[in-house]
Design a protein around this ligand. Structure first.
Ligand code: AKG
Ligand code: FE2
Length: 318
């Protein structure tokens, strides 16, 4: 979106919805023979249930096992994706992997970045397990539909874990099944793109506000609820999930300055409607996406098929 002021002082808004593709520097292609060796090594490890992986030692066992059985392939892959993550867009798509059914390779890859964390296990909730099963049928609806037309929160640019005391550092997703109509495309917007949008679309004073004035965030019930205060922009980091701020404002007897409320609404508009710096791509089964959750927002495009079979295995790493 480009804002120009016309002779009457009104804002002219031009929606730009052409997105970029993922740069080659953010794609790691694993050769078939290497993927086969990684799969074989993962299958030789003990099989655990999703629930068992809450134990950090079992995560580490999976990681160490892969490194011992398949050192060349695993360590090289780890170095490649870590190098890619250090540069914009601070996300990397690994293609060509073959995953075992018991999450062993998936846990090992995640464990190379840190410790996997999740909501407490709940067998009735597919997302409440160490490897979250993310299907559109269990997405959270946008309660704010009166104000914005987006149906689901996963369709708005956001960080994951905004309702934790500190957001998780990495969000990763293994595509298990894609949508048959090619919908649910993955979207990314990194911190440089965000700053470009803010610099073009608002005053420096408002950016200073976002960097310096904390806003309230609703904390998840499983972490005892309540709110915590932190700014939207911190040093080299973006915290953005407007829903968590709105939820905090609705549940507590607090209010923000008019200037801040206006600024937050403007951030939302700029991030959602100006696609110049957004990256969009379609994940295929076997693709593995890693996003630096503090430097890059993510979302997916609309999925119109209510019975879609799309499934992602997601992990949070801190
Ligand atoms: O399904 C996807 O690709 C992303 C979903 C997501 O970001 C979320 O539910 O938090
Ligand atoms: Fe997300």
């Amino acid at each position: 979106m480009v804002c120009n002021v016309d002779i009457h002082g009104c804002f002219l808004i031009k929606v730009i919805n052409i997105m970029r593709s993922l740069p080659q520097s953010a794609i790691v292609q694993v050769a078939d023979d290497k993927a086969a060796r990684l799969l074989l090594a993962s299958k030789q490890m003990a099989a655990y249930a999703n629930r068992d992986y809450y134990q950090a030692q079992i995560q580490l066992d999976a990681y160490n096992c892969m490194r011992v059985s398949c050192p060349d392939e695993f360590d090289t892959l780890e170095q490649l994706f870590k190098a890619a993550l250090r540069q914009p867009p601070y996300a990397v798509l690994v293609k060509g992997l073959q995953f075992d059914e018991h999450y062993r390779l998936l846990v090992a890859l995640n464990c190379s970045l840190g410790k996997l964390v999740a909501r407490p296990f709940d067998k009735k909730t597919p997302r409440a397990q160490l490897i979250h099963h993310v299907a559109p049928q269990t997405d959270i609806y946008n309660q704010n539909k009166a104000k914005d037309a987006v149906a689901k929160l996963s369709e708005k640019m956001h960080i994951d874990g905004a309702d934790r005391l500190a957001p998780v550092r990495y969000v990763t997703m293994q595509c298990v099944r894609a949508d048959s109509r090619g919908e649910g495309r993955s979207r990314l917007l990194d911190i440089h793109g965000i700053y470009n949008l803010l610099k073009q679309g608002m005053e420096q004073e408002q950016i200073d506000l976002l960097e310096n004035e904390p806003v309230p965030w609703q904390i998840a019930d499983y972490l005892c609820g309540g709110i915590c205060w932190r700014p939207v922009l911190a040093e080299q980091a973006i915290h953005w999930r407007r829903y968590s701020i709105e939820a905090a404002l609705a549940s507590e007897n607090i209010s923000l300055s008019e200037k801040m409320m206006e600024t937050l609404a403007q951030v939302d508009l700029l991030i959602e409607q100006d696609c110049r710096y957004k990256i969009e791509f379609l994940m295929a089964p076997g693709d593995f996406l890693i996003v630096d959750n503090l430097r890059c927002l993510h979302a997916r495009s609309v999925i119109t098929d209510a019975d879609t079979k799309r499934l992602m295995y997601r992990a949070w790493v801190e």
